[in-house]
Ligand binder design. Structure first.
Ligand code: FHN
Length: 502
C-alpha cells in the first residue's frame, strides 16, 4: 500500500517519539547504575570532581524554565522543498536521502546561505518574548551539524558574514537576551557534515589521522573564538559528539575540556561533550557524571527523582513530536498543548531539574505562530505561578502525589494540581515523622485562603497523618493551578486512636 509523503513523515515522527521513549513514561531507557560494582583506574574520566556551589551553578539550579532556539539554514526549506516533504527532523534536512529527495539536494542546500536574509529578525523581540514566557536561560545554536556558523568565524567561510544578512547573529542574541536578564548558553555541534576534514568513522590511516587532527584543531579554535567573542555566556551546550571519530579522540577531548575549564572555571558544560577511554558517554566507567549536569534528557524525562542520583539535569523538549528546526507544516502531527508543557515543566522542577522548551524560527526570523501561542499561554501561567518554579527543590519530605507535583522552597510547599479531586478535597499525606506539617494554604491563582485541617481518619496503625485542603467549588480554570502551603513545626501531641482488635 503506497503511503503519501505526509503519512510517511507522520509514521516517522510517531516512531521517533514513541519508539525509544514515551513522552510521559520512560520506555526502552535503562538508567545507568549509580554505583559501579568496582572503581577502575581511569585516565580520561570525569573532570568534575566536586559538587559545584559557585554562583553560576547555583543560578543554573534555580532556572526552572529555559528556551532552546534552533536556527540556521534549515529554516529556509522548513522540512519541504518544491513539493517534496522531508520526513526526518527538520534541522537534519541536509542529510535528506532516498527517493523523496529533490535532485541535487546537497548542492542546493550548500548554496542556501546565499539566500539567508532574515529581514524580520529582531533579537530584542525574541528576548522580550522569552522574558514574558518566564525563561531564565536560553540555549542558542551557533552552528548545527551542517557546519553553518551564525557568527563571523575566522576559521570557516561557511558563516553568516557571507550571506545577504551579513551581521553577527550570535552577538545580537547574546546582547539582547543578556539585556533582558536571561542567561545565554551557546549550542555547538562538533559533528560537521560538510567539513572536508570531518569523518564519522575512527581515523585509520596516517592521512585520515592528520585530516581529523586538523578538524579537532578547527573545533578547538571555534570554541575559544566563541568564548572570547561573547564573554557573557554562561555555558556551552555541546552536541554531535557520538561519532567514532570524536569518541576515539578521548585524549584530545579530555585535554580540550581541561583547557576550557582551566581558562573558564565558571563555565557550565553538560555531560554530552566527551567520553572516557572506554567510550562511556554522560557517565564515565566509574559512573561519574561527565559534566556539570546530566544532558541526557532530550524529549524524555526521568521516571522519578531517584533516577538522577542527586545530579543536576535539564530536559530539552520539542513542541512538535521531534523537530528542533523550523517546520512549516504542523498539520497531521501532535502539537504539545500548553498544559502538556506546564506538566512537563512541573515534573522536571519537582525532580530538581530545568525544563527547556525548543523554538525553531523561520527563515525570516519569526517564530512559528504555534510557538507564539505557546509562549503567550505559558507566560500567562508563569505570571501567576512562577514562584512555584524558580529556585525550588524536590519536596523530599512529601511523597509523590497523584494530584500533580510538589516543589518546595524553605518552609513553603507548592502543590501544582493537574488532577482535581472530584470532591474538591485535597488530602495531603504527611509522614508521622515529618518535622513540619501543613499549617496554612492559599491559591496562587487568586490568593484565596483555603480551609486546611488535619483529618483524623483513624486508619489503624497508619504511618501517616492526613491534612485536608478544601478547594472552592467556584474555582473555575482550564489550567493546572498551584496551592501554596506554609509548613509549620509540629505542635502538641495528637489524640491516640484506639488500636483495632483483630
Ligand atoms: O541531532 C541533534 C538534533 O538535531 C537536535 O539538535 C537535538 C537537540 O538536543 N540534539 C541532537 C539529537 O540528539
Amino acid at each position: 500500500m503506497k503511503i503519501t509523503a505526509i503519512q510517511s513523515r507522520l509514521l516517522f515522527l510517531i516512531a521517533m517519539s514513541c519508539g525509544t521513549i514515551g513522552l510521559y513514561g520512560q520506555k526502552n531507557y535503562a538508567r545507568p547504575k549509580v554505583k559501579p560494582e568496582k572503581i577502575i583506574d581511569l585516565k580520561y574520566g570525569s573532570l568534575v570532581k566536586a559538587y559545584r556551589s559557585d554562583a553560576a551553578m547555583e543560578a543554573f539550579r534555580s532556572y526552572g524554565l529555559g528556551q532552546f532556539i534552533h536556527w540556521g539554514l534549515y529554516a529556509i526549506p522548513g522540512n519541504e522543498w518544491e513539493g517534496h516533504i522531508y520526513t526526518g527532523a527538520s534541522e537534519w534536512i541536509r542529510s535528506w536521502g532516498g527517493p523523496s529527495k529533490p535532485e541535487g539536494w546537497a548542492t542546493i542546500y550548500d548554496n542556501l546561505y546565499k539566500k539567508f536574509d532574515p529581514t524580520d529578525f529582531d533579537a530584542k523581540r525574541w528576548a522580550k518574548q522569552a522574558k514574558k514566557m518566564g525563561a531564565k536561560y536560553v540555549i542558542f545554536t551557533t552552528k548545527h551539524h551542517d557546519g553553518f556558523a551564525l557568527w563571523p568565524t575566522k576559521f570557516s567561510d561557511y558563516n553568516v558574514s557571507k550571506t545577504p544578512y551579513k551581521k553577527d547573529i550570535v552577538k545580537e542574541i547574546v546582547d539582547a537576551y543578556t539585556a533582558e536578564g536571561i542567561d545565554v548558553f551557546l549550542y555547538f555541534s562538533v559533528m560537521e557534515w560538510n567539513n572536508a576534514n570531518y569523518m564519522g568513522s575512527k581515523p585509520k590511516t596516517d592521512d585520515e589521522r592528520q585530516k581529523f587532527g586538523r578538524f579537532l584543531e578547527y573545533t578547538r579554535n571555534q570554541i575559544f573564538e566563541l568564548l572570547n567573542n561573547y564573554p557573557q555566556v554562561r555555558g556551552l551546550w555541546f552536541d554531535g559528539t557520538w561519532d567514532e571519530s570524536w569518541v576515539s579522540s578521548y585524549d584530545y577531548t579530555y585535554n580540550l575540556e581541561k583547557e576550557i575549564r582551566d581558562k573558564y572555571p565558571r563555565l557550565i558544560m553538560g555531560s554530552r561533550f566527551r567520553n572516557d577511554e572506554f567510550g562511556k558517554r554522560h557517565f564515565d566507567s566509574n559512573e561519574q557524571l561527565m559534566g556539570d549536569y546530566e544532558q541526557v534528557w532530550e524529549r524524555k524525562l526521568p521516571k522519578h527523582v531517584g533516577w538522577l542520583g542527586g545530579n543536576d539535569w535539564e530536559s530539552v523538549m520539542t513542541i512538535t513530536p521531534g523537530d528542533w528546526g523550523y517546520t512549516k507544516n504542523w498539520n497531521n502531527m501532535y502539537i504539545k498543548t500548553s498544559n502538556d508543557i506546564i506538566g512537563l515543566m512541573m515534573k522536571s522542577v519537582s525532580m530538581n531539574g530545568n525544563f527547556v522548551l525548543n523554538f525553531g524560527p523561520d527563515a525570516l526570523g519569526n517564530m512559528h505562530p504555534g510557538e507564539d501561542k505557546i509562549a503567550r499561554e505559558l507566560g500567562e501561567w508563569m505570571e501567576v505561578n512562577r514562584e512555584a518554579v524558580y529556585g525550588v527543590r524536590n519536596a523530599s519530605e512529601f511523597p509523590d502525589t497523584d494530584y500533580g507535583y510538589y516543589t518546595q522552597k524553605g518552609n513553603t510547599l507548592y502543590l501544582t494540581v493537574f488532577n482535581r479531586p472530584i470532591d474538591d478535597l485535597i488530602r495531603l499525606v504527611v509522614s508521622k515523622d515529618a518535622k513540619t506539617v501543613p499549617a496554612t494554604a492559599k491559591l496562587l491563582i487568586d490568593g484565596r485562603i483555603l480551609d486546611i485541617r488535619r483529618a483524623d481518619i483513624g486508619f489503624d496503625g497508619d504511618k501517616d497523618n492526613y491534612f485536608d485542603i478544601k478547594l472552592p467549588e467556584n474555582l473555575k480554570t482550564n489550567r493546572p493551578f498551584v496551592v501554596k502551603i506554609n509548613l509549620d513545626a509540629v505542635k502538641g501531641s495528637k489524640k491516640q486512636q484506639a488500636d483495632a482488635h483483630m
